[in-house]
Design a protein around this ligand. Structure first.
Ligand code: ZN
Length: 315
């Protein structure tokens, strides 16, 4: 990633689609992923290996993974809730797997029906499985620290607990941890503090990405705080698809188009072509027309004269 400054990791086909009732046809998912890869997005979380009974929206994840693998240069990421999911992800050939561990144990019980000890057990088994694979077939393994900034069930989540679970995940053999504001509770000061605390515990190379939501309108402010600290990967969702069930009118994940615009306008290289990215939205809109899509940049359009210089690009 030496030719880019910031990696935008698109999570819409997973985080967005799992949050809506409408099931997007497999062909539309493929068209979406292809168009976004064509626009220059180099990492996409394309689905989740959860039982189809729980999330019928993502039942075609194996097929979507094998399709996405044919797109040159694209890192194909998936979510897995447990060992079984990781097995399926390996079989399908995902390049990166993320297992979410809710720092709030109440949330963990509600979400995965597992205690921390049980989730950490799954992590141990997954590392054992990955260790049997030849290096070129071994996916990167991230432990996602969800509800790291607060929980809708427990409220305040102690920072010491986040740091402690980060340490345990790395000790068990995760390549990296990720920080997730699952609930949209984070503020920029908290983002800065938690990044520094985790780096002090496990090392800067073990936390390079954050997953932010825009529930209370602080998504981009939080993203900028993370960038200023030195974070290089930011998750976002095209059109903020999925919304937020707790805050009507608010997008869920930060909006890819707005994030890409902010970075591009600041002169940071993302590898993304803004005009092409804004067109990807049409594919998603056509496939799930009843779903709300968010984003200021797509609504307002790019500023007059944008991209012709004088915008601080390559300044
Ligand atoms: Zn999310």
């Amino acid at each position: 990633m030496s030719d880019i400054d910031v990696l935008i990791s698109e999570v819409g086909p997973r985080d967005g689609l799992q949050s809506i009732q409408t099931i997007m046809p497999t062909d539309a998912k493929k068209a979406w992923i292809q168009a976004e890869a064509d626009a220059g997005v180099t990492e996409i979380e394309v689905g989740s290996f959860v039982p189809p009974k729980l999330l019928p929206q993502l039942a075609d994840t194996a097929e979507v993974v094998s399709y996405a693998r044919t797109l040159p240069g694209l890192i194909v990421a998936v979510l897995v809730p447990n060992f079984k999911g990781a097995e399926n992800a390996v079989k399908a050939g995902a390049h990166k797997i993320t297992l979410p561990l809710s720092v709030s144990e109440t949330h963990s019980q509600a979400n995965l029906k597992k205690t921390h000890a049980q989730v950490l057990d799954e992590v141990r088994k997954i590392v054992e499985l990955l260790d049997t694979l030849p290096a070129d077939q071994r996916p990167a393994f991230e432990g996602g620290l969800s509800t790291a900034f607060g929980c809708t069930l427990e409220g305040v989540v102690p920072e010491a607990k986040v740091v402690d679970l980060a340490r345990q995940l790395i000790e068990l053999g995760c390549d990296e941890v990720g920080l997730s504001d699952t609930t949209g509770y984070a503020n920029p000061s908290q983002v800065r503090r938690l990044i520094k605390l985790i780096w002090a515990e496990v090392g800067q190379d073990k936390l390079t990405g954050v997953h932010l939501h825009n529930t209370r309108g602080l998504g981009l402010a939080n993203a900028l705080a993370a960038l200023d600290e030195g974070i290089t990967t930011l998750d976002s969702s095209l059109g903020g698809l999925g919304g937020c069930p707790f805050a009507p009118g608010a997008s869920g994940n930060i909006v890819t188009e707005d994030l890409a615009f902010m970075l591009d306008a600041m002169g940071l290289r993302t590898g993304i072509d803004m005009d092409k990215l804004l067109l990807v939205r049409e594919i998603v809109k056509a496939a799930v027309p009843s779903e709300e899509m968010y984003g200021f940049t797509p609504d307002a359009g790019l500023p007059k004269g944008y991209g012709t210089g004088g915008w601080g690009i390559a300044a």
